[in-house]
Design a protein around this ligand. Structure first.
Ligand code: NDP
Ligand code: GDR
Length: 355
């Protein structure tokens, strides 16, 4: 029987961390996750797989830690001696990175260096494979459509600039120390576990709540932004596949289809039985319900970004050929799944409020 592999996941409490943990546990891995100390519970996404640490055969273990704390990371790395490290931890909100640029650089850029140094200092570079959660935000002010591994980067936010450092320091440790370190340049991927302030989840939650009379309106920023949206469940499989290759490399993961925020909203509201018609222009534009004439969507400039990424569309040909990876879930099914999950939550809230 093959020896059980051990994986260490930073950002285990996030969307991707939750999907990846389940996937690796199903594959028989021992999974260690780094979670931040919080004054309230921050483990709701991994509740279903939590195991009592007192159990002898627990295969899912959580460690308190933070990407801004080097000694803590060295200590966890020494204890776990992982075969694979998935660095998913990050201050991952682009708009918030304009408000917390220094913290974002500390966790998203230097945090990666700290992990790579921990592997090097502990002499684990022959044993441990490393995955860095790179991003399509690196392309920023797009130089070429669609974007692939050869497209020049042009970051447009403190988040993207921090991730640019992270990308290159990962390449550098691969070239300088022979580390099996790979970048996954992932385009937007969503799910019912997506953070509530990212635009897709914000829309599916609002459409559900509005359709049940729990909310009046949804306020959005730039509804003309175009994104290449896939399902997180598909994308985490690509992360794993990168670390199973003989040689480390960098890969784009994307669906190859682009959709505007405006179209996404139309599809999500339609899933809740609400048809939207747009009226007006610019910040005056409104999404009106065709049947009732009520305004359901308004533009609020507070959600505009100081510098915007207008269009992202990925070409994942390399991942398809080398990893055998493709994005399986069409956008329509993704929206349906997200809306149905949010409707279920909203119905529970409706019952509580009615009571
Ligand atoms: P989430 O925001 O859902 O999760 C981020 C995770 O990082 C959370 O577990 C969070 O902890 C943790 N975290 C934040 N700051 C720190 C820190 N200083 N130290 C340790 N952990 C920290 O992101 P996703 O799951 O969506 O994304 C995973 C990774 O992939 C991120 O690095 C993101 O930047 C990147 N990415 C995401 C894409 C997407 O479309 N989802 C696309 C491309 C890249 P807590 O729960 O306590 O907040
Ligand atoms: P993004 O995701 O910035 O692409 O980063 P987000 O969902 O925040 O924005 C997508 C686009 O929608 C526009 N938008 C709004 N965005 C938010 N959050 N809220 C709004 O009300 C709103 N209205 C319009 C934005 O301007 C933007 O153009 C995500 C994160 O997961 C990153 O960590 C990851 O690296 C990239 O995807 C790939």
């Amino acid at each position: 029987m093959a020896l059980q592999k051990t994986a260490l996941i930073t950002g285990v409490t996030g969307q991707d961390g939750a999907y990846l943990s389940r996937f690796l546990l199903e594959k028989g891995y021992q999974v260690h996750g780094v979670k931040r100390r919080s004054s309230s519970f921050n483990t709701s996404r991994i509740e279903g797989i939590y195991q009592d640490p007192h159990e002898d055969d627990a295969r899912f273990v959580l460690h308190y830690g933070d990407l801004t704390d080097a000694t803590n990371l060295i200590s966890i790395m020494q204890q776990v001696q992982p075969d694979e490290v998935y660095n998913l931890g990050a201050q991952s909100h682009v708009k918030v990175s304009f408000e917390t640029p220094e913290y974002t650089a500390n966790s998203d850029a230097l945090g990666v260096l700290r992990l790579l140094e921990a592997i090097r200092i502990l002499g684990l570079q022959k044993k441990t494979r490393f995955y860095q959660a790179s991003t399509s935000e690196l392309y920023g002010l797009v130089q070429q459509v669609p974007q692939n591994e050869g497209t020049p980067f042009y970051p447009r936010s403190p988040y993207a600039a921090a991730k640019l450092y992270a990308y290159w320091i990962t390449v550098n440790y691969r070239e300088a120390y022979g580390l099996h370190a790979s970048n996954g340049i992932l385009f937007n991927h969503e799910s019912p576990l997506r953070g509530e302030t990212f635009v897709t989840r914000k829309i599916t939650r609002a459409a559900s709540a509005i359709s049940l009379g729990l909310q009046d309106k949804l306020y959005l920023g730039n509804i003309d932004a175009m994104r290449d949206w896939g399902h997180a469940r598909d994308f985490i499989e690509g992360m794993w596949a990168m670390l199973q290759q003989d040689k480390p490399d960098d890969y784009v993961l994307a669906t190859g289809t682009e959709t505007s925020v405006r179209q996404f909203a139309e599809m999500a509201f339609a899933e809740c039985g609400l048809s939207i018609e747009w009226q007006g222009r610019g910040v005056e534009e409104k999404g009106i319900c065709v049947h009732t004439g009520r305004t359901l969507i308004e533009i609020d400039p507070r959600y505009f970004r100081p510098a915007e990424v207008n269009e992202l569309l990925g070409d994942a040909s390399k991942a398809r050929v080398k990893l055998g990876w493709t994005a399986r879930t069409p956008l329509r099914s993704l929206i349906e799944e997200m809306v149905q999950a949010d409707l279920e939550q909203a119905r529970k809230q409706r019952v509580l409020e009615d009571a």
